[in-house]
Design a protein around this ligand. Structure first.
Ligand code: ARG
Length: 428
């Protein structure tokens, strides 16, 4: 343990230095583009990029400089860095309900630093942060990108946009406190202005609430939030400015209206109808269904401060969402890997893989959701999502073949991001 810790310090220290050149020897390598597990592959990493993948000789021939390090992962399975399309890095699983009111914005930022570290150590090298107060996620992204703190590549949403009193508002305090969340906007022009403001302060994706939610006080999961006009204006404005849009939506009406308004992904999608599945498939809209989190909410939620009314909503929505996930797999809708980490503890993101397999995906499909499919949703297909020459060297390793035992992804033993080792192999 001490040894591992020392190696880690050295590597993190070294991570601010010039990019490393390395040759990785992979016992098995998951080729997510072709859906295959390959044996004995070598990866040449230079200038933070994957320069070559092939046999030992091929890689040696392609090598321009002496490798500074030789990483023997011949006992392991190597995969592209995982990604999660729905996290809240500044939120903590032990501060639900009224406890959330005790967390200041600076404290949320500090928690975000700790959670970013847990996330990358679990093998998640890219995340979309779908909502944070005070643009904490934008600053976290910048601090990670300039090497101040370790963490995944972040696509931040900044403030989630929503109606007065909706899931993206704060409804915990009585009237005389006049508390309104920063992302609240009513009316087509007000939502356009909010999109512009979010972009001004660094948002790279737009998130809005299209229905009520489980964890918000006084909202109905089945009730649509925002009219079609408002959704259309919001999506149009975001697209004009070159950003994608993710909608929080559980109920059928909100989902259908958001699909019609042209959103890029539907988060949760719990009660999506067969018609909704057909529309999503036809339009190429992604569903990001967080089918693990229900176990945490119903198992540990009460102790974590979740309101009784939220537990009651989860009892209705949790099982149904898994059934609809299964229907979505059958309907061949594009399925992202999104978990809502922050509702449950960060670093446990990979627990969702086994649920996705239990509810109808092959292990390879679940891995693809978290790599190549998410990369496409993020608009980053050219740079991340697979172990391909020219892409970023975001590389992880696990002990077993995940297509044989998907739960091996819950125990990542090696992480490299942008060609820099963040988590070295323990016995290196
Ligand atoms: N943030 C979501 C909400 O409050 C969590 C939903 C979790 N439940 C679920 N079955 N996915 O609505």
């Amino acid at each position: 343990m001490l040894n591992r810790f020392l190696v880690l310090i050295v590597c993190l220290w070294g991570s601010t230095a010039v990019a490393q050149t390395a040759i990785i020897k992979a016992g098995r390598l998951v080729d997510v583009e072709n859906g295959q597990v390959l044996q004995d592959r070598f990866i040449l990493v230079e200038d933070g990029l994957i320069q070559q993948i092939g046999s030992g000789q091929e890689v040696e021939a392609a090598q321009k400089t002496e490798p500074v390090s030789y990483l023997d992962l011949s006992k392991y399975t190597v995969l592209p860095g995982l990604s999660d399309s729905h996290v809240h890095l500044s939120a903590d699983a032990n501060a639900h309900g009224y406890r959330r009111l005790t967390i200041s914005t600076p404290r949320a930022a500090i928690n975000g630093v700790a959670n970013a570290r847990k996330t990358i150590m679990a093998g998640f090298t890219t995340v979309r942060n779908l909502g944070a107060g005070g643009f904490v996620d934008v600053d976290l992204m910048n601090a990670i990108d300039d090497g101040t703190v370790p963490g995944p590549r972040i696509i931040p949403a900044g403030r989630s946009i929503g109606i007065t009193g909706g899931h993206c508002d704060t409804n915990l305090l009585p009237f005389e406190y006049h508390k309104t969340a920063g992302g609240v906007a009513d009316g087509p022009w007000a939502v356009r202005a909010k999109v512009r403001e979010n972009i001004k302060y660094g948002a790279k994706v737009i998130k809005f609430c299209g229905t009520g939610g489980v964890l918000s006080k006084g909202t109905k999961i089945g009730a649509q939030q925002f009219s079609f006009e408002e959704m259309k204006a919001l999506v149009d404005e975001a697209h004009l400015l070159g950003l994608k849009v993710a909608v929080h939506a559980h109920g059928e009406d909100g989902i259908n209206t958001a699909l019609r308004a042209g959103v890029d992904s539907v988060e949760h999608a719990s009660l999506i109808s067969d018609q909704g599945l057909r529309t999503a498939r036809g339009n190429g809209t992604y569903l990001s269904m967080d089918i693990y989190v229900s176990d945490y909410i119903l198992g540990e939620g009460e102790a974590a401060g979740i309101l009784e009314e939220s537990l009651a909503k989860e009892r209705i929505v949790g099982q149904r969402q898994r059934e609809r996930f299964q229907a979505a797999v059958k309907a061949r809708v594009k399925l992202a890997f999104g978990t809502d980490a922050g509702v449950y503890p960060h670093g446990n993101n990979a627990r969702q893989f086994a649920y996705m397999v239990e509810w109808g995906m092959t292990p390879m499909q679940a891995i693809q959701a978290s790599t190549i499919v998410n990369a496409e949703l993020f608009g980053l297909s050219d740079t991340i999502g697979s172990l391909t020459t020219g892409k970023m060297a975001d590389i992880i390793a696990v002990a077993e073949d995940p297509t044989q035992n998907i739960r091996t992804l819950e125990d990542v033993v090696f992480v490299m991001k942008d060609g820099k080792v963040v988590l070295p192999i323990a016995d290196d």
